[in-house]
Design a protein around this ligand. Structure first.
Ligand code: HEC
Ligand code: HEC
Length: 428
């Protein structure tokens, strides 16, 4: 047999790849996967197509030991590369595992192809049998691995179907919130929405870091029942607009919806400004012109938007304090108040962490007219006012860079907010 030229190999490979490319394109389009997914798939398939097209070196059969000794290191390198690349492209860890599993299925495939034949093959049937076994083994391995992934648990699905309808009568506080969390999980909200560190994809906003709990119950209800009405910032593209299902009005009972909203109302972060936008193109409220404009309304106390809240009566509309002792927001060098025992020493206002802003404005400063506004006014207003206040010493139009988006809080951090009493009652 003549050795095919490299060019011929490449042509053959392209021909083999063409139908696969079509299939990949369909998968990516159908599941609305990010474009990077198609490159990931294509890369792996191309690599195998190339390896398959390589001309055999020698006609001799190799032992199983030799067979695996040569291929195993390669597969480990490839798997490592796939893992890192998928991680860099922002795939969830289960996807990374699945990609690597895919690479190992390939390994099994190549091992079987080169395995020593037990008998010399005589008939065509033998050849077909070998191919079918290889295919069956490879598919078997792949199915076994994917069956281990969490999204496919038939038992769990059946249990969900058999669950009695939620009845809220007699339930209160934490029980309703826990029931609402169940509603969230069983209606597959996690498939598109993360809640802080939990969840499967970033198709919709992370309802934790976006702090959906800051919004009114009416707003949340409306967004669930009629998701096409308003788009979350950064989700104005056509795909995101159509993504959220519109059938929840039929699917959820009134009790389920109330519980769901109670749960969503708890999703807040007392240590960071809300984060907007579609991952990874995100920003915080510190740099959001729309929020800052709304913050101005809060700060200046235009009625009725802020229900009587008015920071300017003391801090001054232009940032020139109207009351002696009130903080002057024009001076970026200001330090934290000396009147609180948990004073943050030696940090200038321009570098204050979000948590300090939130704590001082919601809790107030003991023995001064700076009252615990968080006990009276909606925290949605307070964060907005803080975002605006910053512009007195750091005007929006002079900023050269945005504040970094904070890392997603971990499970342990979230537990700590509760034990440290960072949340106020009632939840406003
Ligand atoms: C198939 C994906 C998908 C599923 C499933 C889904 N959502 Fe959404 N959701 C989105 C997308 C995308 C957006 C952003 C676009 C928009 O605002 O409509 C969104 C927006 C929202 C918003 C508004 C956010 C805001 O700040 O304006 C809420 C609240 C919400 N979803 C709650 C839920 C709840 C509760 C469930 C489950 C009962 C759910 N979603 C299921 C994709 C989904
Ligand atoms: C009734 C008057 C009054 C109102 C209204 C008021 N403040 Fe203050 N604020 C003060 C005074 C006085 C201080 C200085 C307290 C001190 O350190 O002695 C202060 C201090 C602050 C500080 C500094 C905290 C620190 O760590 O030193 C911030 C931030 C602040 N106010 C934000 C706001 C915001 C935002 C609003 C509106 C939601 C607001 N204030 C409304 C009187 C007021």
């Amino acid at each position: 047999m003549q050795q095919p030229s490299f060019f011929k190999t490449l042509t053959q490979m392209s021909l083999k790849f063409l139908p696969l490319a079509v299939v990949i394109w369909f998968i990516v389009a159908w599941f609305e996967l990010p474009r990077s997914a198609s490159w990931g798939f294509a890369g792996v398939v191309m690599m195998y197509a190339f390896l398959l097209s390589l001309p055999p070196k020698k006609k001799t059969e190799i032992s199983f030991g030799k067979n695996i000794r040569f291929k195993l290191p390669i597969i480990f390198i490839i798997s490592g590369l796939i893992w890192v690349l998928a991680g860099k492209l922002g795939f969830p860890v289960w996807w990374q595992i699945e990609f690597v599993a895919f690479a190992f299925v390939g390994l099994a495939f190549f091992l079987l192809l080169d395995i020593r034949a037990l008998k010399p093959e005589k008939s065509k049937l033998n050849w077909i049998f070998r191919l079918i076994t290889t295919y069956a083994l490879a598919s078997g391995l792949f199915i076994t691995i994917t069956a281990q992934l969490p999204q496919f648990d038939p038992q769990h699905e059946i249990e969900k179907l058999e669950r009695p309808p939620l009845k809220l009568s007699g339930l209160a506080g934490p029980e309703v919130i826990a029931a609402g969390r169940e509603v969230f999980a069983s209606n597959k909200c996690f498939n598109c929405h993360k809640v802080f560190w939990e969840g499967n994809s970033d198709r919709g906003p992370n309802l934790g870091t976006r702090q959906i709990g800051l919004y009114s119950e009416d707003y949340i209800r409306e967004q669930i029942l009629d998701p096409r009405k308003d788009q979350a910032p950064g989700f104005e593209d056509k795909k995101s607009k159509k993504a959220m299902p519109t059938y929840y009005e039929e699917d959820l009972s009134e009790d389920e919806l109330s519980a769901l909203i109670s749960y969503l109302k708890t999703l807040r972060d007392p240590t960071h400004m809300p984060v907007e936008g579609k991952f990874p193109n995100q920003w915080t409220w510190w740099d959001d012109p729309k929020i800052i404009a709304e913050g101005k309304v809060v700060f200046e106390g235009f009625q009725p938007a802020t229900e009587g809240l008015n920071c300017a009566v003391c801090h001054g509309k232009e940032g020139i304090p109207m009351m002696t002792g009130a903080l002057d927001f024009r001076n970026a060098e200001n330090m934290d108040t000396e009147k609180m025992p948990d004073r943050l020493d030696g940090v200038k206002m321009k570098d204050w962490p979000d948590a300090l802003w939130y704590k001082r404005v919601t809790r107030g400063i003991d023995g001064t007219p700076m009252a615990p506004w968080g006990m009276i006014f909606q925290h949605l207003y307070l964060w907005k006012a803080e975002a605006y206040v910053r512009t007195f010493h750091d005007p929006l139009d002079k900023r050269t860079e945005k504040r970094p988006v904070p890392p997603i809080p971990t499970k342990e951090e979230i537990e700590k907010w509760k034990t440290d009493g960072l949340f106020l009652d009632p939840l406003l």
